[in-house]
Design a protein around this ligand. Structure first.
Ligand SMILES: [Zn+2]
Length: 207
């Protein structure tokens, strides 16, 4: 996901960044299908996670799914603030999303952006709280929950794992506005973006 403002530093659960890879765009088949479950928690997975972390930071995102660097594996990484500006970060393989229901369900229609459709943001209504359960890159159970941009990020990244992009969740009119905004900034995002950009943790808002 693409970000906004970060505040308090929090000890990161993420591994050191690996190699920055080009971000895969909407339209590539891997972006639009359910990804294969992670079953091997080995060196290959560790390298993939490190490269995802590097690519997320280089692209100034707050979250990144494996499909966004063209890999068909059901996992994402994130480093994202909640509504209280507290940063949360982690690796989630085989995510399962829990959302509020009934009276607890409140929609937040803040702007949303996606690194795989870079340079464009439109409002996307989503529940203002979410929890994701899964396992980390070592296969240990993890659970992350929260509010604000974090809630949006957890939903956006889990969507990627199941082949949904946020353009699928907005009206045709909003999708058209999103496409126009992306077109206007396309020159800032060459095909190999963000290769060549330093992979430092940022202060920012895209997923
Ligand atoms: Zn995205």
């Amino acid at each position: 996901m693409a970000p906004g403002r970060l505040a308090c530093a929090v000890v990161s659960e993420l591994p050191a960044p690996g190699t920055v890879r080009p971000v895969t765009r909407w339209g590539e088949p891997v972006m639009h299908r359910t990804l294969q479950p992670v079953t091997a928690f080995d060196d290959e997975l560790a390298t993939l996670v490190a490269d995802m972390v590097a690519t997320m930071y280089a692209a100034e995102g707050v979250g990144l799914a494996a499909s966004q660097i063209g890999v068909d594996r059901a996992l994402f990484v994130f480093d994202c603030p909640d509504d209280d500006h507290v940063r949360h970060s982690g690796v989630v393989c085989n995510p399962r999303l829990t959302l509020p229901s009934g009276d607890d369900r409140n929609l937040d229609d803040a702007d949303e952006g996606c690194l795989s459709f870079p340079g464009a943001f439109v409002p996307c209504p989503r529940p203002d709280w979410a929890r994701v359960d899964g396992v980390d890159q070592a296969g240990a159970p993890v659970s992350h929950e929260g509010t604000g941009l974090l809630a949006r990020c957890l939903q956006h990244e889990t969507d990627h794992v199941y082949g949904t992009v946020f353009g699928d969740r907005i009206s045709t009119k909003a999708r058209r506005r999103l496409a126009e905004a992306q077109e206007a900034s396309a020159h800032e995002f060459p095909p190999d973006w963000p290769v060549g950009i330093s992979a430092e943790p940022h202060e920012g808002d895209s997923v």
